[in-house]
Design a protein around this ligand. Structure first.
Ligand code: AMP
Length: 536
């Protein structure tokens, strides 16, 4: 028996990732496109070095170990500097999603108790919407040119005024980052990532059969840095030395295609909505962009339709589907075609590539049927997917491990209904959670319903997701009015604008005498889906 320490017990912290970028990959480029379209060029080394100064400046403003530093930024070099500086100084980077309703943003900032906010000048209008809901101790503006809030600091001045920090030694279980995800009801829930989780996630993301990030890559994350850590790509790039192209707010197909071609990008990642638009642009003008260097498009966040796989194949571009969640940091599974299917028929290959893939290393999966038993991996039985692993959440910030989200033995309940084939490859067939995913962002059906039913004319409201070519899904509201009352769709939409962002409002309202219910009195959404998604 061998006792005692056998190997150096050095902590798995992001410090090692940031220092690696600084020491070995300092010359690798980081290209950002500003909101006005200007291209700004820097390097991983410069970002890492500026991160040291930024950390000192933040410390001088009173940021201490464990404090939350919020960001309201696009995919841009300054965001990367904060990804480097904040966790490495021992604080927690909290990425805010500017697309959320101001009430949600205010509630999230308060729930996270953010001490400092770093905001891009172009997002000051968003900040104005929730500024009163939470008192940030300091506001720091990036690229400030116009009206800045009273007392706000300038990002560049802060960096210029500070000396580089010597990184402290951290415990790998310390919180490094946090991100909120929409719940079925109520306010979004906070997920806190440890250093260890993000380091292991970066390592695995870089593996050949996962996202395959290497020093030879130029990576363009279309997926925002405020959504699940941009799928881990910034840290994976820092670790491996991949160059980064950060596209800012302009994510229309032509702008993205221009960057992909102009910067010779080798891999990119985002939700299906982005790629559907890109495919249409490519089909319309196939010769306009030289995408010879583009080896793979990682697509996830919503199901990848076969037409998208076929469409990009037509242009010689490989789409790889991945599945994950904010709660899984986010990579849960990746779908890479196994060798034995190399010679399979196109149908068989598309059938496989349309799946969400095989669990990433260290991620355990199982699925539970309606009867409470685990399902067989026979590709027929269906059940709710449960996961666990070193980068899977064990609780929500301030909410703990509630029963609806975690099993008694500590697995996370995903709310995704799957079949699992004998290889262990999952296919998502349905969603147990009452949510609509539109363009990669969530809309709570239950919150819409509750608010609709608060309208004096509405007796019953049930909201379902209907498929949409552009956005993946859009909300449809089935409404039963009280007898003798009237309410037009415009009036109901207006009623909802108090609580919901414009893009969250139902596109369609269907009026019915009563809404069908199940034996237990719940709205029978399957019947509604059947009726309205077929357009009957
Ligand atoms: P989020 O936490 O916002 O990233 O959303 C995670 C959820 O998005 C998952 O639980 C799924 O419902 C959905 N999702 C993510 N990736 C896929 C995929 N490849 N196919 C189908 N649904 C997906």
């Amino acid at each position: 028996m061998i006792n005692g320490l056998t190997m150096d017990d050095c902590p798995l912290t992001l410090t090692a990732v940031v220092e690696r970028a600084e020491t070995f990959h300092h010359g690798r480029s980081v290209v950002s496109r500003r909101p006005d379209g200007d291209i700004v060029r820097t390097t991983l080394g410069a970002c890492a070095h500026r991160a040291r100064r930024l950390a000192t400046a933040l410390a001088s403003l009173g940021v201490e170990a464990g404090d939350r530093v919020a960001t309201l930024l696009w995919n841009q070099a300054e965001h990367l500097e904060l990804y480097f500086a904040v966790p490495t100084m021992g604080a927690v980077i909290h990425t805010l999603n500017p697309r959320l309703h101001p009430d949600d943003l205010g509630a999230i900032a308060a729930d996270a108790d953010d001490k400092v906010l770093v905001v891009d000048d172009s997002l000051l209008g968003v900040l104005a919407g929730f500024h009163d809901a939470h008192a940030f101790r300091h506001i720091i503006v990036v690229g400030g040119t116009g009206d800045t809030p009273a007392g706000a600091r300038d990002y560049e001045e802060l960096i210029a005024s500070a000396e580089p920090m010597r990184w402290p030694v951290l415990d790998e279980r310390r919180a490094a980052a946090m991100c909120y995800t929409s719940g079925t009801t109520g306010r979004p829930k906070g997920v806190v990532y440890s250093h260890r989780a993000l380091v292991l996630h970066s390592l695995v993301a870089a593996l050949p059969d996962q996202l395959e990030v290497s020093a030879r890559d130029t990576v363009l994350p279309v997926v925002p840095m405020f959504h699940a850590n941009a799928w881990g790509l910034p840290y994976a790039a820092a670790l491996t030395g991949a160059a980064l192209v950060l596209p800012g707010p302009r994510l229309d197909p032509v702008s993205v295609l221009d960057l992909l071609a102009g910067e010779r990008v080798t891999m990119t990642a985002g939700v299906p909505t982005v790629w559907m638009g890109m495919l249409a642009a490519l089909d319309a003008e196939p010769w306009r962009w030289d995408l010879d260097g583009l080896e793979r498009l990682i697509v996830g966040g919503a199901a990848v339709p076969r037409s998208m796989l076929e469409g990009f194949d037509r242009h010689g571009l490989q789409v790889i589907q991945a599945w994950g969640m904010t709660e899984t940091a986010p990579i849960g599974s990746v779908c890479r075609l196994p060798e034995e299917l190399d010679e399979a028929t196109p149908d068989e290959r598309y059938e496989f590539r349309g799946r969400q893939g095989i669990a990433a290393p260290f991620v355990d999966i199982r699925a539970r049927g309606d009867d409470g038993r685990l399902i067989a991996w026979d590709d027929r039985a269906m059940g709710e997917l449960e996961v666990r692993g070193p980068w899977v959440a064990a609780s929500y910030h301030r909410r703990g491990s509630d029963e609806a989200s975690f099993t008694a033995d500590g697995w996370f309940r995903t709310g995704d209904i799957v079949r699992i084939d004998p290889r262990g490859c999952i296919r998502i067939c349905d969603r147990a959670k009452d949510l609509v995913k539109s363009g990669g962002e969530w809309i709570s059906s239950v919150d819409l319903e509750n608010h609709l039913m608060a309208h004096p004319a509405v007796a019953q409201a049930a909201v379902i997701a209907v498929p949409d070519d552009r956005w993946g899904e859009r909300p449809l509201a089935a409404i039963a009015l009280h007898e003798g009352t009237t309410a037009s769709p415009d009036e109901l939409r207006e009623h909802l604008t108090q609580e919901f962002a414009k893009w969250q409002l139902p596109d369609r309202f269907e009026f019915m005498a009563t809404i069908p219910t199940t034996a237990t009195g719940k709205f029978q959404k399957t019947a509604l889906r059947e009726r309205f998604t077929r357009g009957v």
